[in-house]
Design a protein around this ligand. Sequence first.
Ligand SMILES: [Zn+2]
Length: 187
Amino acid sequence: MSNISTDCPVCKGKNTLEMTSKTENIPYFGEIMESTLLCSECGYRHSDTICLEQKEPVKYTLEINKNNINARIVKSQTATLSIPELGLKVEPGPKSQGYVSNIEGVLNRFESAVATAMEWAEEEQIKGNALRILEKIENLKYGNETATLVIEDPFGHSIIIHDDAKHRKLTEDEINKLNTGFTTFEK
Ligand SMILES: [Zn+2]
């Protein structure tokens, strides 16, 4: 574990942003480094995980049920996370974070994203749709419903650790369709 402090890009606080990082060995996966930035002044927080090993592009799928809700997952910054049955998808972008969590933790993240979107929505139809998705996420958490969690990572730095999880190498075509989260500039 190591700590360094720097100035906060959000509130401009002097040395208020502390970075903590630690490495962890994930079984069947390898060594990862988790780092968190936290500002003591404004509460700004950003976390990331980096896999320290070279990996193949990978696609993981898991039928979520009450027996695997605690399955561990490593989601890197370059991974696309989706639950097709609910029409939910998180693509990598400048603000995307890498993290280590479990299926329930992932569902909680989806839940708060949908809840935020619902607050901002003006149309009744969108609000209704969001409400229906929130209900389904609750059902998934309590094992009353099932859906598929899909993680696609062109750098292979993500994993779902559970016997129920299936994985295979991403095809060239699939990789090209994924958003990598890196900004590219046209010449
Ligand atoms: Zn700050």
